[in-house]
Design a binder for this molecule. Structure first.
Ligand code: GLN
Length: 472
């Protein structure tokens, strides 16, 4: 049934970069056979899961929606993929995203645009826009995304579904193509918090193959449908400042009222450094990205510029200089290898990825390191201290996911700064490593989804999922 819907509607939504009907049906039939033979099956037996095209899946392309990795076939399974396979899930397809997860609209994909299923003129958000649109359009009940600065929560909010960024270190990143290593986290998207909890329980847990993986027991096995009496919910004064759309504000305030009626207590808290979060994130993330993306050199992975053409160009330039009597200049020309490195990267990376590499390289360079990167790390610490203080008083912090409802495709893509500001409420959870959940809390007058964000202290996943579930 899901495949039928994909066939029928993905032509206009564009959630998937690739899906393989034959393979999915064969996998489902195999599971049926094992069921008929009386085998005990895993908790996701036969359930389709769509996966963002950034997690390695053995034998499958893992393109990160980049020309750089267009032909890259992963030689092994990411731990998350291995866990999904072990639970007998059916991996139904690979979803579209912003190139290397850099963006907030999925328009930075090198291959296609994804439309918001609620209004095809609007962006589904990003960077996990394909994963969110796939669930919203009922192409799969579950999907896997990644969140470095909001890339699960923001598209979930824009597509009217639930998205969860776990505590940093909770879900293995072995086999995840790195964007910004101190911020990246893998997480689930689904229609309900209950489904999120199920998928999360499958993918979370210690992995010795990821050195940042936490070796702490998962505590949310307790039922998530416990009453909210006594739960303290923090309302952040700074959330309701300049830039917040009035429709988003009233939907979020209505959610606060619902929480009160469920027995939760609202407490005002302050996050005074939150106004620096976007600036801090957009120094740290590009710095880490510039380092992580140095590996795409045209030699080890992916795209390589045409070497014969480069050699011919070099020979022609050299001959011209020699003919002009400039022997020294001819000898100073870049070698074919340097040309290949530069050309491969300039041909295969898109404009946003290049922007981040340049910003990051600049901010990390000698002379600027202290003023930008080091300063950003110091502010990051202050932001974390604000949260520690707030969580001494409340169990959960609630607020908007984004300042506005979904925007129109094409409206922000040429204005990087405006696009970055969409991340106002989401980046702090990555800078501090805390878990955060995004769930639908209403709609705009034009019928577009509005999201509510819940945040909790590190490892308080159970509290967060319970608060989300009881609201839903
Ligand atoms: N929009 C943010 C960025 O462009 C977040 C991306 C993400 O979480 N992967 O960096």
């Amino acid at each position: 049934a899901y495949l039928d819907r994909i066939e029928k509607y993905d032509g206009s939504v564009g959630a998937f970069l690739r899906y393989d009907t034959g393979r999915a049906i064969a996998a489902a039939k195999e599971i049926d056979k094992r069921r008929a033979a009386g085998e005990t099956l895993g908790p996701l037996a036969g359930i389709p899961v769509a996966v963002k095209d950034i997690l390695a899946e053995r034998g499958q392309r893992t393109s990160c929606a980049s020309k750089m990795l267009e032909e890259f076939h992963a030689p092994y399974d990411a731990t998350v993929i291995a866990r999904l396979k072990a639970t007998d899930a059916v991996l139904i397809g690979r979803t579209n995203m912003d190139e290397f997860a850099m963006g907030g609209s999925t328009e930075n994909s090198a291959f296609q645009t994804t439309q918001n299923p609620w209004n095809l003129k609007c962006s589904p958000g990003g960077s996990s826009g394909g994963a969110a649109a796939a669930v919203a359009a009922d192409f799969a009940p579950l999907s896997i995304g990644t969140d470095t600065g909001g890339s699960i929560r923001q598209p979930a909010g824009f597509c009217g579904i639930v998205g969860f960024k776990p505590t940093y270190g909770r879900v293995s990143r072995f086999g995840l193509v790195a964007f910004a290593s101190s911020l990246d986290q893998v997480g689930p998207l689904a229609r309900s918090v209950e489904d999120i909890a199920l998928l999360y329980s499958v993918i979370a847990g210690h992995d010795p193959q990821d050195s940042t993986s936490l070796d702490k027991p998962i505590e949310f096995a307790t039922p998530i449908d416990k009453p909210l009496e006594g739960l303290k919910i923090g309302v952040v004064a700074e959330h309701f400042a300049e830039g917040l759309d009035s429709e988003v504000e009233s939907a979020v305030r209505e959610a606060f009222a619902t929480y009160e009626s469920l027995g939760a207590k609202l407490v005002e808290v302050s996050l005074p450094h939150s106004k620096y979060a976007v600036a801090t994130y957009y120094v740290i993330a590009p710095c880490e990205a510039s380092s992580n993306l140095a590996r795409y050199d045209g030699v080890h992975y992916g795209y390589r510029s045409d070497q014969a053409k480069l050699a011919a160009e070099l020979a022609a330039e050299r001959a011209a200089l020699e003919e002009a009597g400039e022997r020294g200049a001819a000898e100073d020309l870049d070698t074919p290898l340097v040309r290949m490195y530069r050309k491969s990267r300039s041909e295969a990376f898109g404009p946003e990825v290049k922007r981040r590499i340049m910003l990051g390289t600049y901010a990390l360079s000698a002379g600027y390191y202290d003023a930008y990167y080091l300063k950003a790390l110091q502010v990051r610490r202050l932001i974390r201290q604000d949260y520690d203080k707030a969580f001494a008083e409340v169990d959960v912090i609630a607020g908007p996911v984004t300042p506005t409802p979904p925007f129109e495709l094409g409206s922000l893509v040429d204005d990087p700064l405006a696009m970055y500001l969409v991340d106002l409420y989401t980046v702090s959870a990555n800078l501090t490593g805390i878990p955060a959940l995004s769930l639908p809390c209403g709609a705009s007058k034009s019928g577009l989804p509005i999201g509510l964000q819940l945040q909790a202290k590190p490892l308080a996943e159970e509290t967060l999922l319970r608060a989300g579930h009881m609201y839903q």
